[in-house]
Design a protein around this ligand. Structure first.
Ligand SMILES: N[C@@H](CCC(=O)N[C@@H](CS)C(=O)NCC(=O)O)C(=O)O
Length: 150
């Protein structure tokens, strides 16, 4: 099986970075292709790899066919299914359930944090003052990290 990971940008897109880091961490070979958002390459990508629309998208070339998998969590679950020797998820069923809870909340929550503090790995926002909702999200992340460390 050959993998090609399409992502928008490594500096601004934590979604794409998640899958990129996972592939690197588990030493899984892949080709990477950056598709700048809202360009003609993006439109071409949407036509060629329909119905995927967002990044990251993983294109899997298997002997009989080519498959398109999109959304960082769906891609991660696919990789965990295929590479069962790599221990993507904890072995213990209850620890695994807790890990899934954390991932699910990370994937669908933290709306204020995401919109007020978008990822930009080239900048540091030292003077940024979070509003109430953003501070609540920050507190929640800290609570979860403290809980994981226990
Ligand atoms: N929940 C999705 C979010 C992906 C996402 O929002 N990707 C952005 C780039 S960071 C995108 O492709 N935007 C283009 C669009 O929405 O047309 C995931 O986990 O993959």
């Amino acid at each position: 099986m050959e993998y090609e990971l399409f992502f928008a940008n490594k500096v601004y897109s934590s979604w794409g970075l998640r899958v990129w880091l996972l592939l690197r961490h588990f030493d899984i070979r892949f080709k990477q292709t950056v598709v700048p958002l809202y360009t003609s390459e993006h439109s071409e990508f949407e036509i060629t790899h329909s119905p995927a629309r967002q990044f990251p998208t993983l294109v899997v070339a298997a002997p009989a066919a080519q498959h398109v998998i999109w959304d960082s969590l769906a891609i991660s679950e696919f990789l965990a299914d295929v590479h069962q020797d790599k221990e993507f998820w904890p072995e213990d069923v209850m620890v695994r359930a807790a890990a899934r809870s954390l991932c699910a909340e990370m994937h669908s929550g933290f709306k204020s944090l995401r919109s007020k503090m978008p990822v930009n790995l080239k900048r540091s926002y030292r003077s940024f003052q979070p509003d109430e909702d953003t501070q609540a999200d920050i507190d929640r992340v800290c609570e979860l990290w403290a809980w994981v460390k226990k």
